[in-house]
Design a protein around this ligand. Structure first.
Ligand code: SAM
Length: 242
């Protein structure tokens, strides 16, 4: 599972920034709720930073220290405040040694790739200082309903809506906000939609499992259905350690 996910993202990092418009909006929305709750000189960790949609916003909060984790992506090239100490923590977030006493652990559009996101949230909660903030987004079970309607299996292993994310938190975490959204993207045809999935590395089709004729048949079905829409269903959860 992990090597397949890593290969999917590594191959498409160059196209992710321009293609991943839904993920860019998600990172912005999460960052907007984080900003008022974090004082300057905080100690932070971001899990699954990718090309840096959320990282860019965290840099604006003037952290004293930030640890950046991703399975495959190199550290985003950003201008950091002079006083910020930036440290890379590459590899599988599920196997990470967390720094201790953190003020913020944040993650956008990554948890759905883990086999056991609840285990990661438990370890994250332990790494927070009292009063520390956990701010994450994932995707709900209704993600990409258009593809599910065509009989395709979910693209990622662990879809959770906001209530599911909250339920996965350990005791001692107080939920501050949790919400679900819907972000529909419209494409001129099935080919453009497929290109979008490939360019973001979010291969909701597990396309490797489809034969070329199978894929062609699927695209014919999609084009017959009219305007080609792909609906992202992001879920968010923000909680404070008591
Ligand atoms: C959809 S991208 C989101 C990237 C970024 N957070 C954003 O908002 O655009 C998912 C990222 O999670 C990373 N990822 C997937 N599984 C991971 C894991 N087990 N540990 C760490 N990073 C992981 C991928 O490499 C990819 O960069």
């Amino acid at each position: 599972m992990i090597p397949r996910i890593a290969a999917g993202f590594a191959r498409h990092l160059a196209s992710y920034d321009t293609a991943a418009t839904a993920q860019a909006q998600i990172a912005d929305r999460l960052a907007a709720r984080i900003a008022p709750r974090i004082a300057p000189a905080a100690r932070m960790l971001e899990l699954g930073h990718g090309t840096g949609f959320l990282t860019r916003q965290l840099a604006r909060l003037d952290p004293a220290e930030i640890w950046l984790n991703d399975l495959v992506a190199p550290l985003p090239a950003l201008r950091w405040p002079d006083a910020t100490r930036v440290q890379a923590l590459p590899g599988d977030a599920a196997a990470l040694r967390f720094p201790a006493g953190l003020d913020l652990i944040a993650s956008a559009s990554m948890l759905q790739w883990l086999a056991d996101p609840a285990a990661l949230l438990h370890r994250a909660a332990q790494a927070l200082c009292p009063g520390g903030l956990l701010a994450v987004s994932s995707f709900g079970p209704g993600n990409f309903p258009e593809l599910a309607g065509l009989g395709l299996p979910p693209g990622a292993p662990s879809y959770h809506d906001a209530a599911g994310l909250c339920a996965a938190l350990p005791e001692g975490m107080q939920v501050l906000a949790a919400w679900d959204e819907s972000i529909p993207l419209v494409f001129p045809d099935a080919r453009a939609l497929m290109a979008h999935l490939r360019a973001t590395g979010v291969n909701g089709l597990r396309a490797g499992h489809l034969s070329a004729p199978g894929l062609r048949d699927l695209m014919r079905q999609m084009n017959r259905a009219g305007p080609t829409t792909l609906t992202y269903r992001p879920s968010y959860c923000m909680a404070r350690k008591c």
